[in-house]
Design a protein around this ligand. Structure first.
Ligand code: CMP
Length: 144
């Protein structure tokens, strides 16, 4: 059965007019864009969304980057949506990403890596889940 997942097109991509190119790669990978919204995240939203990384050395730079320009938050639907999204996205560091993935083809650096996708399928397999976990609440709020 089709499931849904949540994805973000990051500021490095919107800045370079790559929203369409990224979306095309997602669609070609069998994902349907069922919701899409271009927003400029607040610092509070970015910190909340990436709270899982708050002890990491790159946290502050990550938050600054994510609020440096608009992002496009999307809900994607398809068979095995989260894994499909991760596969077409590629490794975090574009230098390690496989050819044909979004990050290999389009990303600038490990920070400016063009897209975000969920990594835990227990979270927000369906973004409409009423009992969203703490980690899911910021994501659900972004696209609402
Ligand atoms: P993302 O999948 O959105 O999850 C966390 C983000 O932190 C990651 O993509 C990168 O954009 C950013 N980041 C910056 N430096 C690192 C790093 N050294 N390791 C992992 N993620 C990093």
């Amino acid at each position: 059965a089709a499931t849904r997942t949540f994805s973000i097109i990051k500021p490095d991509a919107t800045r370079r007019n790559l929203t369409g190119a990224v979306t095309k790669m997602l669609e070609d990978a069998g994902l349907r864009v069922v919701a899409s919204k271009r927003i400029h995240m607040t610092r509070e939203q970015a910190e909340g969304f990436y709270a899982v990384h708050k002890e990491r050395p790159f946290f502050n730079d990550l938050v600054e980057f994510m609020i440096s320009g608009p992002v496009v938050v999307q809900v994607l639907e398809g068979e095995n949506a989260m894994q499909r999204n991760r596969d077409i996205m590629g490794a975090t560091n574009p230098a390690n990403a496989e050819a044909g993935t979004i990050r290999k083809e389009l990303a600038e650096s490990i920070e400016a890596n063009t897209v975000h996708a969920r990594r835990d399928r227990r979270l927000m397999t369906d973004w409409r889940l009423r009992r969203a976990s703490v980690e899911d609440a910021p994501a659900a709020a972004l696209v609402a």
